[in-house]
Structures are given as structure tokens and as C-alpha cells.
Design a binder for this molecule. Structure first.
Ligand code: TYM
Length: 345
């Protein structure tokens, strides 16, 4: 793997990058706990790039107005959660046109069978999602997003692990074919306990925008009463003990993970505190922690959305910063693979 100091765009601090698709009017608590909440403290340590993956969202046929609205909402949610656009670049993927160009070059290094083995593609098509070619090559665009910025780490939830593995494979392959210093091989940054938030109604499955029912999904923009109701009706089990045991007690374990991630209390401490208590007590506290986290979040988010022009300016500035790096990476990659430079005008 390349040391950061050897790369042409080596920043003073190691770089991190992550993105979210604008596929809903509200992020859910899985997106928040598995990713966004971890992005915030990483800004102190890293040169951070956070983007709205609007090109990825086109893989699902959606009304153009809806994608535009959700792109602003997603960016506003990053900022409401504590991403500071003065320190971190916050931008839209489609504003940096180098992403699809790098994707093409990487696509020409990817075997057809590698894409066919991607579990998210297999799951989505098995559930009847119409399989356009964009959905099939989705992981290559994601690899381009990451490799464009020489990212050292990529903070995501567990469901993105396979995509990060193919990204690493592609970086290694490009370096072997075209020279060791062409791309930086990134590391995943997946926090063990918070990496997978489960559906509240079916805790054997991950909470997801597409697969969860409304009752199984906690959306950050839900009103406090609605959040509380959903938490109180979360599926648990019948043995009555409050213990972290994801295999045998997925529902209770999921509630403990949500509490711990938002309150900062260790799961072991929660287990000790709830000895002898019933599930009602746990659910009541989880509801308090969730509503007190998301009430100020929702207010901030509504303020940001009330001024879309300012939000668009923030995104444009973020894209400028992102492009500064993308241009350098693409010069290096184009040259490495044998594309002629534009000269002599
Ligand atoms: P997306 O939009 O599906 O999800 C955004 C982030 O939320 C995490 N996540 C979860 N974490 C824990 N529990 C859950 N139930 C849960 N559901 C979602 C995801 O792991 C992710 O971190 N392909 C990406 C977007 C993307 C990207 C990238 C990410 C495009 N290019 C480059 C990183 C780097 C996606 O669909 O995320």
C-alpha cells in the first residue's frame, strides 16, 4: 500500500471520504449511527470529504424533482448532524464530473463476474428491483468516488464492506498494471458495534430505506411522538432479560446499540443498570435518548432547508475543493493508462 506522503496529492492530514445516496426524504437511524455520527469526530483528525451520491441514486428510477429535493435534504442532514462545511468538503457527486470518467477507466479493469458476485446487486435484483446496467456497475462508481481522493479511510456501515473490498482490489490491480503510485489503497473504517442497525419489526434484517416497513424504520425527520411509538412497539423476545446477545436476542441488542451510540453509555454499563428491569423501561429510555437527539437535529435541518440558495452555495464550494483533488488524480490516472494529454493549443 502507498504511504500517504508518496502520493502526488498527499494532504497534511490523512484524507477520509464517504457518501450517502439521496434516496429518501429523511435519513434513518441506521445511516446516522452506522455512518454520519462517526463522520463528525473524524473531521478533527482527518481531511474529510463527504458527498451526496446523487449519480448512484439514478440507478432507481425517480422523479427528477424528487432527486433534486432529496439531494438538498441529504446535504442539510450532514450539516445538521455536525459536519462543518468550513472544515470538510460537502458536495454532490455529480458536480465533480471526473467521477464517471474514473469509473470508466476502472470498469475497463473489472471482470464481468466480479460485479455479478456483489451481494447488494444480487439481493436487489432478487427482490425484483429492475436491473439496469447502472445498478450492475454501481460498485465501480463507488470505487471511483473513493480512489479519486486518495482516501486513506472510508467510514461506512457494515453493508458496504464488500464494496470496499472490490475498491481495494481495483486499486491494487491498477497499481500492478500501470505503476505502484497510481492509486492509494484505502482501508475500511467500520465501527464494530454500531455498524449494523436492525429493523425494529424484524430484527433479523438490517434497517433499510428500501426493505423496512414504516414501523421498522426510525427516520431522523419523524416527529418525537412517532419515534416513541415505533420504539415502544419494537419486536423483542419473551425471556425478559436485558442483555446484549445479537444472535439470540437481536431485538433487545439492537435497542441497546441504539441507546449506547446516542447516549455514549457503554453497553456493559447499560446491562448493569437495567438488571431486574423490564423491556418497557429500556424502550422508554431509548425513546428519550432518540427524541432528545433528533429534536434539535430536525430544527437545524429545517432552518438549513429554508435557505436552499445558501445550501447550494455550500455545495458549490465543496465541489470546488473536491475538484482540486480530482483534477490532479485524473491527470495521473490518464497518463498512467496511456491517454494523450491535451497540449499544443
Ligand atoms: P447508503 O446511502 O445506502 O447508506 C449510507 C450509509 O449508511 C450506512 N447504513 C447503515 N449503517 C448501519 N446500519 C444500517 N441499518 C445501515 N443502513 C445504511 C451505510 O453503510 C452507509 O455508510 N453505496 C453507498 C453510498 C456511496 C459511498 C461511496 C459510500 C457511494 N459512493 C463512496 C462511501 C464511499 C450507499 O448506498 O450508502
Amino acid at each position: 500500500m502507498l504511504a500517504m506522503s508518496e502520493t502526488p496529492t498527499a494532504p497534511a492530514r490523512p484524507r477520509i471520504l464517504s457518501g450517502m445516496q439521496p434516496t429518501s426524504d429523511s435519513l434513518h437511524i441506521g445511516n446516522f449511527i452506522g455512518a454520519l455520527n462517526n463522520w463528525v469526530p473524524l473531521q478533527d483528525e482527518f481531511d474529510a470529504y463527504y458527498f451526496v451520491a446523487d449519480l448512484h441514486a439514478l440507478t432507481v428510477p425517480t422523479d427528477p424533482e424528487v432527486i433534486r429535493r432529496r439531494s438538498r435534504i441529504t446535504a442539510a442532514q450532514f450539516i445538521a448532524a455536525g459536519i462543518d462545511p468550513e472544515r470538510s468538503a460537502v458536495f454532490c457527486q455529480s458536480h465533480v464530473q471526473e467521477h464517471p470518467e474514473l469509473m470508466w477507466i476502472l470498469a475497463c479493469q473489472t471482470a464481468f463476474g466480479e460485479m455479478g458476485r456483489m451481494t447488494q446487486f444480487k439481493d436487489k435484483t432478487a427482490k425484483g428491483q429492475n436491473a439496469n446496467v447502472g445498478l450492475f456497475i454501481y460498485p465501480i462508481l463507488m470505487a471511483a468516488d473513493i480512489l479519486m481522493y486518495d482516501a486513506a479511510y472510508v467510514p461506512v456501515g457494515e453493508d458496504q464492506r464488500q464494496h470496499l473490498e472490490i475498491t481495494r482490489d481495483l486499486a491494487v490491480r491498477v497499481n500492478q498494471r500501470f505503476g505502484e503510485n497510481t492509486l492509494v489503497v484505502p482501508e475500511p473504517y467500520i465501527l464494530k458495534e454500531s455498524a449494523k442497525i436492525q429493523d425494529l419489526q424484524d430484527p433479523s434484517m438490517k434497517m433499510s430505506k428500501t426493505n423496512s416497513t414504516p414501523k421498522g424504520l426510525l427516520e431522523l425527520m419523524d416527529e418525537p411522538g412517532k419515534l416513541t411509538k415505533k420504539i415502544k412497539s419494537a419486536v423483542t423476545d419473551t425471556d425478559g432479560e436485558i442483555r446484549y446477545d445479537p444472535e439470540n436476542k437481536p431485538g433487545v441488542s439492537n435497542l441497546l446499540v441504539i441507546h449506547s451510540a446516542l447516549s455514549g453509555t457503554k453497553i456493559a454499563d447499560l446491562e448493569r443498570r437495567f438488571v431486574g428491569e423490564g423491556y418497557g423501561a429500556l424502550k422508554g429510555e431509548v425513546a428519550d435518548v432518540v427524541t432528545s437527539t433528533f429534536t434539535p437535529f430536525r430544527e437545524r435541518m429545517n432552518e438549513l432547508l429554508a435557505d436552499p440558495a445558501e445550501l447550494d452555495r455550500t455545495l458549490a464550494k465543496g465541489a470546488d475543493r473536491a475538484r482540486e483533488i480530482a483534477v490532479v488524480t485524473m491527470d495521473r490516472v490518464r497518463n498512467a493508462v496511456g491517454l494523450l494529454p491535451v497540449t499544443g493549443l
